[in-house]
Design a protein around this ligand. Structure first.
Ligand code: ATP
Ligand code: MG
Length: 470
């Protein structure tokens, strides 16, 4: 057995370094970080066997870290470090699923004992978790079709987050099934009997959006003829799905942030904050991370939303699912349209598997629906598939000449970025190929620290799993 991987989260260097010094060695491999946000980023990439987190930290506190762990790696024990051993905080920590707590100051022996106890308990928890998963599998995600490894990962995430209240951010290109995921989370959760409320944030102007979300008091502005409850309260006890969340204005962003921090809502024109209990699920087809770096989306709100990320891969990256999904829609439209198409010809399958599907599953669905309508025989042939002309996207340079200094600057930057990215990709792929796709070895060979190498892979969109699958 390898060493037990422990993550220590504490804003105080003394504690971090102390624990690292005492624990890191033959039995334990200790990593540390200084904030809740950093911890969540690490947890998204790597599995740990135990988390030790401080309760009181600026930004994101230990309870929030704990909740995120429950969403991301539910069977990992969490030990909470409390500064003031008040009964309250300890109780709250345990209520939220902490395995144990320890109050400062503590000795090496004391923490060791807690660690041993937590790890023993873990074996039981893993079984329990397995059972829960099995049970929820019987509920099934009937609506989902697809057995690719990428989708399996998505199903697993859905089940995990359904049993937590941590905020979920679903990203993926248009038509990849973001709304389907949001509904599946709700249906698999204990909130399933409560409302599922969806709002497309791009559909309303700023002030309307705010009163739709937060509600308003009668007479609080011109046009507020009646008191409005607001969707946060309509969804109370259930799930609120904020679609196209990238589209909300800076002012609404800060209001949303406040609601998420305080779990309280004050209607426009109201004075009394009202507590709310919702599971927030947000979706975006634009990368919020990029928007943060461009300064158009608040970073702190991004962190709040992105506690549990679910990224839906584009259809072209899970070609194995194309046939399954095609057959599913054939059946669906056969029965809806009263047709009896028996199947799809190999040339048509090959064509679908080659097509890049910029509109993803939705485009495939529309294509099949059209084909079912148009097909004259009982088999769909390539000629029945009318797909958009395949475009080769060569951005920036393709023949276009800039006409202003601004545009010239922008294009130069773009070309440089692209060239740098290309050479980085070639570099990383070369190292991976030479090392049999072993990231640790590839990182070692190139002299890059493993986490940094991993970061590069992520940034360049290179996924080791899909390389293996080929
Ligand atoms: N894995 C899947 N299996 C079956 N149907 C799917 C799957 N993924 C998506 N669909 C179907 O494709 C259509 C588009 O899905 P959905 O509306 O959830 O996409 P979206 O990501 O929200 O798109 P947009 O960004 O354009 O809003 C829906 O009809 C949905 O039922
Ligand atoms: Mg959608």
């Amino acid at each position: 057995m390898g060493r037990i991987a422990i993550l220590v989260v504490d804003d105080e260097a003394v504690i971090r370094e102390g624990l690292q010094r005492t624990l890191d060695g033959e039995r334990f491999a200790v990593e540390t970080c200084r904030s809740g946000h950093a911890a969540i980023e690490l947890l998204q990439d790597k599995d740990y066997d135990l988390i030790i987190t401080d309760l009181k930290m600026p930004g994101m506190n230990g309870i929030e870290v704990l909740k995120a762990v429950k969403g991301l790696q539910p069977d990992v024990p969490v030990i909470m470090i409390t500064g003031y051993a008040t009964v309250d905080t300890a109780v709250e920590a345990m209520k939220n699923g902490a395995t144990d707590y320890i109050s400062k100051p503590f000795t090496a022996d004391q923490i060791m004992e807690k660690i041993d106890k937590s790890i023993e308990q873990r074996a039981v928890l893993v079984d329990d978790m397995y059972l829960r998963k099995e049970m929820s599998n019987h509920h099934g995600f009937d609506a989902f079709v697809g057995e690719s490894r990428e989708m399996q990962k998505v199903y697993r995430r859905i089940l995990q987050v359904a049993s937590s209240d941590s905020t979920v951010l679903i990203t993926g290109e248009s038509g990849t099934g973001k709304e389907l995921v949001a509904r599946a989370i709700h249906r698999s959760s204990s909130r399933r009997e409560q409302p599922f409320v969806a709002l497309d944030c791009s559909s309303l102007a700023e002030n309307l959006l705010e009163s739709e979300l937060f509600g308003h008091v009668k007479g609080s502005f011109t046009g507020a003829i009646q008191t409005k409850m607001g969707l946060f309260r309509v969804a109370d006890g259930g799930t609120l799905f904020l679609d196209e969340v990238a589209n909300i204005s800076p002012s609404t962003q800060s209001k949303l942030l406040r609601v998420l921090q305080e779990r309280m809502i004050t209607p426009i024109g109201g004075t009394q904050p009202i507590p709310i209990n919702i599971h927030l699920v947000a979706a975006s087809n634009r990368s919020l991370k990029v928007m943060v770096s461009e300064g158009t989306f608040r970073e702190d709100l991004f962190f709040r939303l992105n506690i549990i990320p679910i990224d839906l891969p584009p259809l072209r990256e899970r070609k194995g699912d194309i046939q399954l999904i095609t057959r599913h829609f054939l059946q669906k439209y056969n029965s809806e349209l009263g047709k009896q198409i028996r199947g799809i010809a190999p040339d048509a399958v090959a064509f679908l598997e080659e097509y890049p599907f910029p509109g993803n599953v939705r485009e495939l669905e529309n294509t099949i629906e059209r084909a079912v309508v148009l097909a004259e025989g009982d088999i769909i042939h390539k000629a029945d598939l009318e797909l958009a002309e395949r475009e080769v996207h060569e951005p920036a340079t393709s023949g276009h000449v800039p006409t202003s200094s601004e545009e010239l600057k922008e294009m130069k930057r773009h070309i440089r970025d692209k060239a740098v990215e290309d050479i980085e990709k070639a570099f990383v792929m070369g190292a991976l190929e030479r090392n049999n796709w072993n990231v640790t070895h590839a990182a070692e060979e190139t002299g890059i620290l493993r986490p940094n190498f991993q970061g590069m892979l992520k940034r360049l969109g290179i996924s080791i799993k899909s390389q293996y699958a080929k």
